[in-house]
Design a protein around this ligand. Structure first.
Ligand code: FES
Length: 106
């Protein structure tokens, strides 16, 4: 359906194919992206799937609900464009998405 790019904190880039309807977290895990632990399996309960969305893409990733926002407040390296990747559902509109990985997860 499209491609997205994960950039590690070291600058190493990983371009992966995405499928409609899967979460950004699942795309990372399925492709062995280092730095996405996803300990809770996508339940918005661990904060270990934190990514920092490229400024140009933050609006395309959709809105943040209260649960995600609460979890993000506890996340090291939180930025203005932080998201929990398990809460971002991939679609054609995210073809080309670029996200950065923090140096540390929770
Ligand atoms: S996988 Fe646990 S909060 Fe996203």
């Amino acid at each position: 359906m499209g491609q997205i790019t994960f950039i590690e904190h070291t600058g190493t880039e990983h371009v992966v194919e995405i499928e409609e309807g899967q979460s950004l977290m699942q795309a990372a895990v399925d492709n062995g992206i280092p730095g996405i632990d996803a300990d809770c399996g996508g339940a918005c309960a661990c904060g270990t799937c934190h990514v920092i969305v490229d400024n140009n893409w933050i609006h395309a990733t959709g809105s943040i609900n209260a649960d995600e926002l609460g979890m993000l407040q506890l996340t090291p390296d939180k930025s203005e464009t932080s998201r929990l990747s398990c809460q971002v559902t991939l679609s054609e509109s995210l073809d080309g998405l670029v996200v950065r990985l923090p140096e540390f997860q929770m």
